[in-house]
Design a protein. Structure first.
Length: 141
């Protein structure tokens, strides 16, 4: 059984480009081994992550991630059973929002900044789809 989970969180002050690279490296290795795929967006101190995979694997990684001290205010945006993956190509893709047209954010949000705390689950998933279709996801894993 496949599920898709999306959550948002706020990065700890200590998070910088180096720690982000480390998180991505560990995530890609772990996720590939566990059949997990997805995308991690980081912008203005906010994380937005989409995870797809088996129910047990997604649940286990979400529990680990929720307890990680490198972020806080972890908020579940959506959790759904799915028939097929949308992001099968990425062990953990990273979306570079600096490459994103602000108009794309405005399409789904009140302001042209990433604020998943103020977005509906539907708009959040549509934003992930847009990130894929506009090819702003980097470093296929
Ligand atoms: P260990 O590596 O043994 O770490 C145990 C705990 O120590 C961690 O939970 C964390 O709180 C802390 N820790 C570990 N490394 C550091 C560090 N360099 N600096 C500060 N504290 C540290 N993991 C995945 O497998 N897949 C993912 O998709 C994924 N996405 C993530 C997204 C975000 C936004 C964050 C912050 C973390 C993510 N992680 C992901 C990492 C995850 O939280 C765990 O650290 C990782 O899975 C290793 O788990 P472990 O129990 O083996 O932890």
């Amino acid at each position: 059984m496949l599920v898709r989970l999306i959550y948002a969180s706020r990065a700890a002050d200590s998070v910088n480009a180096e720690s982000l690279t480390h998180i991505m490296k560990v995530s890609r290795a772990n996720n590939a081994a566990r059949g997990l795929t997805g995308v991690l967006v980081f912008s203005d101190g906010v994380f937005l992550q989409l995870l797809e995979g088996g129910r047990e694997a997604v649940s286990a990684v979400y529990n680990r991630i929720s307890n990680d001290e490198r972020h806080r205010d972890v908020m579940l945006v959506s959790y759904d059973q799915i028939n097929e993956r949308r992001f099968a190509g990425w062990a953990m893709g990273q979306a570079n929002l600096s490459r994103l047209n602000p108009g794309v954010l405005l399409k789904y949000s009140e302001r042209a900044v990433l604020d998943p705390y103020a977005m509906s689950a539907q708009a959040t998933l549509a934003l992930f789809d847009e990130l894929v279709s506009t090819a702003v996801i980097a470093c296929p894993g």
